[in-house]
Ligand binder design. Structure first.
Ligand SMILES: [Zn+2]
Ligand SMILES: [Zn+2]
Length: 257
């Protein structure tokens, strides 16, 4: 299973990256490669086309309905609906309210006929080819989910691997459940401990590291850092609370697990 960082800028797009979007690719026993986009934040549809034709997506999984995680569903609708080769339908796993949110983003009064929302239930599962997605409710000002993605391992010595993605959250039990023992933990680290920040919204670098440590993950990928924050300071916080491998996310990175 492979994860590509399509966009990783926190809260808004940055000069070098779209907002949140990650591409999961997993190949089944018959040789078919399945593709799932995790979040479609502002600006991500353009960058996604570097890695696949968006019509090749088998599903989109949205953690929550803030624009830095879902705004480009409107652009994806246009791509899928008006491509000259004809329309393509893609299921969108998303929190309750996604259908209306997509209409709102499109400025439309009728539902998209190419994006078909399927509402997440807490601790619910979705099977997409060889991949099992599980969502866990997390702490954020709107309904939000962390995702646990289990699929075939790229390593010949192992049958399966786990990628966990925090979405946006503060420290909470759901995040720990989603991340437990993950091979790759893609975790937001929006704040610094020295910031004057609200609780119940985002993690600091130190929080992300502490969660990675207690969840026993193999590799922590720090993401969702806003353009106004120095990534080096976030990394320094995380390595102070987590002893394992820690990396800053950049667009275009590929991770095989
Ligand atoms: Zn966000
Ligand atoms: Zn958010």
């Amino acid at each position: 299973m492979r994860l590509t960082v399509v966009g990783c800028s926190g809260s808004v797009p940055g000069p070098a990256s779209p907002a949140s979007c990650y591409l999961i690719e997993a190949t089944d026993d018959a040789g078919k490669t399945w593709r799932i986009a995790l979040d479609m934040g502002s600006g991500s549809l353009g960058a996604l086309q570097r890695y696949c034709d968006p019509r090749q997506l088998d599903a989109v999984a949205i953690t929550h309905l803030h624009p830095d995680h879902c705004a480009d569903l409107a652009a994806l609708h246009v791509y899928l609906k008006h491509h000259p080769d004809g329309p393509t339908t893609v299921p969108v796993y998303a929190p309750f309210g996604a259908s209306g949110r997509i209409d709102q983003l499109r400025g439309a009064s009728s539902h998209s006929d190419v994006l078909t929302p399927i509402v997440w239930q807490a601790s619910g599962e979705a099977r997409i080819g060889p991949v099992l997605l599980t969502c866990e409710a997390v702490t954020h000002p709107v309904p939000a989910y962390a995702l646990r993605i289990e699929g075939p391992s790229s390593k010949p010595t192992r049958a399966s691997a786990v990628i966990a993605y925090s979405g946006d959250t503060d420290v909470c039990d759901g995040l720990e459940v989603a991340a437990a023992g993950a091979d790759l933990f893609v975790c937001e680290a929006t704040y610094l401990s020295t910031d004057d920040h609200d609780r119940g919204v985002h993690l600091t670098g130190a929080d992300a590291g502490a969660t990675a440590e207690s969840a026993g993950v193999e590799h922590l990928l720090l993401t969702h850092i806003p353009p106004w924050t120095d990534c080096a300071n976030v990394l320094a916080e995380a390595v102070g609370t987590y002893a394992g491998k820690t990396t800053l996310a950049h667009p275009g990175q590929h991770f095989e697990v």
